[in-house]
Write a protein that binds this ligand. Structure first.
Ligand SMILES: [Zn+2]
Length: 136
């Protein structure tokens, strides 16, 4: 990977997510009242409306809900990566997130495949959660 790839743009709502990623942890919000997990970050729980929220580490395990293989880079920074996989991942805890599938066998991935989070270095301490096919 090259550090020419864009670094995360960190909003106030997403800052805990990026701080955890920089330390190789996947953290998302969990409602402290009803226990529902949510991603992307939001002020209120989508299930019960509570604003009582905690950031918690999750397993980093999930399955591929859907994916697409990118053959034309959207910007010059991604040109060296094509072809690459952009996928929707259903986390074991429930929320769905978008990420790249990277590593061995990524281009042969399929809907329903088990994946595990990994962390892509974007330079200056920033890391982006991505996923790779789970072994076994
Ligand atoms: Zn709730």
């Amino acid at each position: 990977m090259t550090t020419e790839l864009p670094s995360p743009i960190i909003s106030a709502d997403g800052a805990p997510y990026w701080r955890a990623a920089a330390e190789n942890r996947l953290e998302i919000q969990q409602c402290s009242d009803c226990g529902a997990y949510r991603f992307p970050p939001s002020h209120l729980c989508r299930d019960c409306g509570s604003d009582n929220t905690a950031w918690v580490a999750v397993s980093g395990e999930g399955t591929i809900y859907s994916f697409s293989i990118v053959h034309r880079a959207p910007t010059p920074a991604f040109r060296a990566l094509v072809p690459y996989v952009v996928a929707l991942i259903d986390l074991a805890e429930g929320p769905r997130m978008m990420a790249n599938i990277t590593g061995e066998g990524a281009l042969d991935c399929a809907i329903g495949d088990a994946v595990r989070v990994c962390f892509e270095d974007r330079g200056e301490g920033a890391k982006v959660p991505q996923f790779q096919l789970a072994e076994g």
